[in-house]
Design a protein around this ligand. Structure first.
Ligand SMILES: [Zn+2]
Ligand SMILES: [Zn+2]
Length: 356
């Protein structure tokens, strides 16, 4: 079958790969839709970050070249002999988290923080930029009747946003600032709105992304290339927002997020970083601000896991997929019309769906 595999920086190839066989507790999923993620772009432009290159990954046992794609939905096309909870034809979203099951975090249920964790589509184990993929049955999460198959490819990025908002502790009536409104920023905006945020400020240089932020529920749009975002937020609030989210991954937005948060407020860092940053720690200390990080989500179907919550929130209309999706392309075009298009600062793309 055809799959897009990472061989090195700026070297992703669509090529023929071996199909994996289905083990007793596995299912094969025919991929319907797989989104291109910001972390895929990092791997393409500046990787490897998550991709194992020298040593094989501790859980998957694989190393580059690996098939990419971790935000995907599809239809179960083959089930292993011992699988009871799924049937052929079921529509599913894939929980891509790989974990060891033995470290402290895995033992206490926070397997997304596993010491040797990784992701299908970044760390081995197949990926969604392929015609089909074999996963453990527990990683295929049913979408149910009310979530369209294509929207299943957004369960992963929306779960990142939901996990970030839940970790921030915001509550009804809070003011919020979001720095960066790519797909994860838009997910944060929608989840903050669902959590009862009163006013949501968004700082984002690309006009098309500001429009999508407005469609996602942001009230106050700032172009940081034209306006001082921190000054604008401080003068429009009572000394800063209750909660800020850093979703751009650059030093300027990291510090702007801290400076636009009120004393006693919380800054949640969602980005994955390519570089270190210089920050004045006194901004945290003197205002008793809380600086926290957030990674991924819990990817199971249960009501205490973000995947389960997001599927319910898509089904009942709390979350709106439409502002996130800007294009649909074929697997063969993934480099030129996908990766290169998203890296082009002048493009209006936000989330591109690949249809293998
Ligand atoms: Zn992602
Ligand atoms: Zn572990």
């Amino acid at each position: 079958m055809q799959a897009a595999r990472w061989h090195g920086q700026h070297d992703i190839r669509v090529e023929e790969t071996e199909e994996t066989s289905v083990g007793a507790t596995d299912v094969r999923v025919a991929v319907d839709t797989c989104g291109i993620c910001g972390s895929d772009l990092h791997e393409y432009a500046a990787g490897p970050i998550f991709i194992p290159e020298g040593e094989p990954h501790a859980v998957s046992g694989e190393k580059a070249p690996i098939t990419m794609g971790h935000e995907f939905s599809g239809v179960v096309s083959e089930i292993g002999a011992d699988v009871e909870d799924l049937s052929e034809g079921d529509a599913v979203a894939i929980n891509p988290i790989l974990y060891c099951g033995e470290c402290r975090q895995c033992r206490q249920g926070t397997y997304h923080l596993c010491d040797s964790g990784g992701f299908i589509g970044l760390s081995g184990g197949g990926g969604g930029f392929a015609e089909n993929v074999v996963v453990s049955a527990e990683q295929a999460v049913p979408l149910g009747e009310d979530v369209p198959l294509e929207h299943g490819a957004l369960v992963e990025p929306l779960s990142v946003g939901l996990h970030a908002v839940r970790r921030s502790g915001i509550s009804a009536g809070d003011t919020v600032a979001v720095f960066g409104s790519g797909p994860i920023g838009l997910s944060v905006i929608q989840c903050a709105r669902a959590a009862g945020a009163r006013r949501i400020f968004v700082s984002e240089p690309r006009a098309a992304r500001r429009d999508r932020a407005a469609d996602s529920g942001a009230d106050h749009l700032i172009d940081p290339t034209e306006v001082d975002a921190v000054g604008e937020i401080l003068s429009s609030t009572d000394g800063g927002v209750d909660a800020a989210f850093e979703v751009a991954g650059i030093e300027a937005t990291f510090n702007a997020a801290l400076e636009s948060t009120r004393p006693g407020g919380t800054v949640t860092v969602v980005s994955i970083w390519e570089e270190t940053v210089n920050m004045p720690p006194n901004t945290v200390v003197l205002g008793e601000r809380t600086l926290t990080g957030t990674l991924a989500y819990l990817g199971g179907p249960r009501s205490n896991e973000e995947y389960g919550m997001v599927i319910d929130m898509l089904a009942d209309g709390t979350l709106d997929p439409d502002p996130l999706v800007t294009d649909r392309i074929e697997l063969d075009d993934i480099v030129d019309e996908g990766f290169e298009s998203l890296l082009d600062e002048s493009s209006d793309q936000v989330k591109i769906f690949v249809k293998p």
